[in-house]
Design a protein around this ligand. Structure first.
Ligand code: F3S
Length: 314
């Protein structure tokens, strides 16, 4: 059996940076909190919890806790949450990925300049929730006759699919800025942009999909195309791992989505000659290595078995 691991499998630069910052801070400070789990990986979050890192899920929780260090994860947070975190007097370590910070800056500048913001991505994803919070509503909807301010309309929309792009309908003189969630699928993004472009708006498009994601996705696609079976490693909560799984499954029917080695039934791989392995951005290297080692041992055993068969036949 030939096993090939995608070069881009596992931690991306932003996640590695965030995880390293938490480990570094645990070595230097006693009270370390992360705003939400630092990554979608139970192995890592359990390990950090053993080291005393506490995951904070709401501001209410944070109010009750003694002063410590609070770390913002790579997904980033909205401006309102950032400002509130600062106001509590904790030491703040902002581990927001620089690529996500770039999107915050773009939507802030473009919405300030009067553009309506379209964020292509998953509206429930924390990264998208954070981006929304940097769109500035510069167009409060005032009632001219009474000077009473009506509830202002949001100046952004999150689009998840083709159907939402087709239904999008604003006055044609609206100026628009389109950005994407960093982990969104590149081809789908292009499709949605094309649909919106045909509607005649003045559009400023910024492909903010992270290279790491694009690279991981295209490598997974190429590997799945030539493999008899694919293993995709990552948490079930990780949206980028789920996307990798979808891409691989389309090209290779025998694609298996696992979180760790225990989830893998090695016997299933007896009949495959070429096996590909890839992993989501939040999968630590040690888990990938464990799977690779187990698979390699399995293929070594198979090799011995095959040699035995050859010996018997001779
Ligand atoms: Fe950053 Fe890209 Fe990773 S945006 S968190 S380097 S997937």
């Amino acid at each position: 059996m030939k096993i090939e691991t995608a070069l881009s499998a596992g931690f991306c630069f932003g996640v590695k940076r965030a995880v390293d910052l938490v480990y570094k801070e645990t070595a230097e400070s006693e009270l370390v909190y992360t705003y939400g789990p630092i990554i979608h990986n139970e192995e890592v979050t359990n390990d950090l919890s053993k080291k005393g890192v506490k995951v904070i899920n709401s501001m209410e929780e944070l109010k009750e806790l003694p002063a410590g260090t609070i770390i913002i994860r790579s997904h980033g947070v909205s401006k309102a949450i950032y400002d509130e975190l600062v106001s509590y007097g904790h030491k703040i370590i902002d581990a927001t990925c620089p690529y996500v910070l770039k999107i915050h800056r773009i939507v802030m500048e473009q919405s300030e300049a009067g553009r309506y913001i379209i964020i292509i991505g998953n509206r429930n994803h924390p990264e998208v929730q954070g981006i929304i919070g940097w769109c500035k509503n510069t167009n409060p909807n005032k009632d001219d006759n009474t000077t009473v301010q009506k509830e202002s309309l949001p100046n952004y929309i999150v689009m998840e699919d083709i159907c939402e792009a087709e239904q999008f309908d604003l006055p044609t003189d609206t100026k628009i800025c389109i950005v994407s969630q960093t982990t969104y699928n590149y081809n789908k993004f292009q499709e949605l942009v094309e649909i919106i472009s045909k509607k005649g708006y003045d559009i400023f498009v910024l492909n903010t999909i992270c290279n790491a994601t694009e690279k991981r996705q295209s490598e997974a696609y190429e590997l799945a195309k030539k493999s008899d079976a694919m293993i995709v490693i990552g948490s079930k909560q990780s949206s980028n791992t789920r996307k990798l799984y979808e891409i691989c499954k389309k090209e290779c029917e025998n694609t298996y989505y696992i979180q760790k080695l225990d989830d893998l039934d090695l016997n299933l791989f007896k009949s495959y000659r070429n096996v590909g392995i890839t992993a989501g951005a939040s999968t630590p290297n040690n888990i990938i290595k464990e799977v690779l080692t187990a698979m390699s041992e399995k293929s070594f055993e198979q090799l011995l078995e095959e040699e035995k068969v050859v010996e018997i036949n001779n």
